[in-house]
Design a protein around this ligand. Structure first.
Ligand SMILES: [Zn+2]
Ligand SMILES: [Zn+2]
Length: 337
C-alpha cells in the first residue's frame, strides 16, 4: 500500500508517493489528522540538519496498527487519538546495550536517536507516520484536534518548568513574539508569573495581550540595546534570530537566569562578557513533558488556538509552508482528510 507524503528536495517540499512505514515490534502506525508547520520545518528547508526526508513533528493522529504486541496492547491503542514525543531512543531500534545517555534516563539525548521529521525519521507531512508506542500519549476527548496539535510545542515551553525552580521567579521577560514565544508566555503566566513579552509585530503583540500577557514593542535590531532598560531575574530568549541573544543578556539581572529556546540555523555574533560579569546562569532548553502540556490544555489554563492563522489540506503542503513564512502569519496547519 502506498501513501502520499512530502519530502525535502533542495530547498523545496515536493509530493512523493511512498510505501507505508514498516512497523518494528512495539511501533505504531499513525494516521495523521492534523499537522502543524513549525519554524524548524522552515529552517530544514534552509538546510538545518541536511534533512531530506518528510518533515513535520507537531501532529495529532489516530493509531491504526501496532506491530508485534499482544491483542490486549493492540486494542489499547488502535483507534485512539494520540500525540507523539519526537525523539526515538536506541532501544526502540533494538540496539543493545543502551547508550550512555539512555542508561542515565536522558532519553531525549540518546546518542543514536532519530527525531521525527528532523533527524533520519520521516515525519507528519504525510498521510501516515510511525513511532514507538512508548512515545505516544493519549489525547483526552475534551481536547480538540486543533488544541492537541499544539501538544509538542507546548511541551517544549513546559520544559522550562522542569529545568528551573519557577517559584524563585515572580516575573519573567519573554523575548520574541512568534509561536514558541507566545506558548512560553502562556505557560509562565499559567504558572503564576507576571510575564512581559517583547516583540516587534503589533498584531502578534495583540495576540499575547488577548491571552493576558503584558507586552512591549521593540525594533528587533541592535538599537534595542540602547533603548530597552528593563531587567528581569528570568529572561527567555525565543526570538528565533541571533540579534535577540544580545538583548536577552542585557536584560538578565546579575545572578539571573537566561533560558535559550531559539534554534536558528547559523551563528550568533554576540559578546559573552555580560554572562561572566553578571554571573548569569544560561540554560539551553528543548523538548519537554507532554503530560504537563496535555494537563494545561485539558484544564483550559492555556488555549493556543488563537495562534492558528490558517489551515490547508495536506495536498497543499508546499503552498502552506510558503504561507507560513509570510509576515504576520502564526501557526499554519495541514489537515489530512
Ligand atoms: Zn516544532
Ligand atoms: Zn540511547
Amino acid at each position: 500500500m502506498k501513501m502520499i507524503g512530502f519530502a525535502v528536495r533542495g530547498r523545496k517540499l515536493v509530493k512523493v508517493r511512498k510505501p507505508l512505514p514498516r512497523l518494528r515490534p512495539g511501533w505504531a502506525l499513525i494516521r495523521v489528522r492534523l499537522a502543524e508547520i513549525c519554524n524548524t520545518d522552515v529552517e530544514i528547508l534552509r538546510g538545518y540538519h541536511a534533512f531530506r526526508g518528510t518533515p513535520g513533528h507537531e501532529f495529532v493522529g489516530e493509531v491504526v496498527e501496532v506491530g508485534g504486541v499482544s491483542a490486549a496492547a493492540r486494542k489499547r491503542w488502535v483507534g485512539k487519538r494520540v500525540a507523539g514525543e519526537i525523539n526515538v531512543r536506541c532501544v526502540a531500534y533494538g540496539f543493545r546495550p543502551l547508550c550512555a545517555f539512555c542508561k542515565r534516563g536522558l532519553i531525549t539525548h540518546c546518542e543514536r536517536r532519530t527525531v521525527l521529521g528532523i533527524v533520519a525519521h520521516d515525519g507528519a507531512f504525510a498521510e501516515y507516520l510511525a513511532l514507538p508506542v512508548e512515545n505516544l500519549h493519549f489525547v483526552p476527548n475534551s481536547v480538540s484536534d486543533e488544541k492537541a496539535v499544539f501538544i509538542e510545542p507546548l511541551a517544549a515551553a513546559c520544559q522550562i518548568l522542569d529545568q528551573i525552580d519557577i517559584r524563585r521567579f515572580p516575573s519573567a521577560a519573554v523575548l520574541g513574539d512568534g509561536k514558541l514565544a507566545q506558548l512560553v508566555a502562556m505557560v509562565l503566566k499559567a504558572a503564576g508569573l507576571r510575564v512581559v513579552l517583547y516583540g516587534k509585530h503589533a498584531s502578534k503583540l495583540a495576540l499575547a495581550r488577548d491571552a493576558g500577557v503584558a507586552t512591549k514593542r521593540v525594533r528587533g535590531d541592535a538599537s534595542d540595546l540602547a533603548r530597552v532598560k528593563d531587567n528581569f531575574r528570568l529572561v527567555v530568549e525565543a526570538t528565533g534570530s541571533p540579534t535577540g541573544l544580545a538583548l536577552a543578556q542585557r536584560m538578565t539581572e546579575p545572578r539571573g537566569t537566561l533560558l535559550l529556546k531559539s534554534t536558528f540555523h547559523g551563528a550568533a555574533p554576540v559578546e559573552t562578557w555580560p554572562i561572566v560579569v553578571k554571573e548569569i546562569t544560561v540554560v539551553g532548553s528543548r523538548c519537554g513533558p507532554f503530560a504537563k502540556a496535555i494537563a494545561l490544555l485539558r484544564s483550559s489554563k492555556v488555549d493556543p488556538t488563537p495562534l492558528i492563522s490558517r489551515t490547508f489540506a495536506l495536498k497543499d503542503a508546499p503552498q502552506a509552508i510558503a504561507h507560513a513564512q509570510k509576515r504576520g502569519v502564526m501557526k499554519v496547519l495541514l489537515r489530512n482528510n
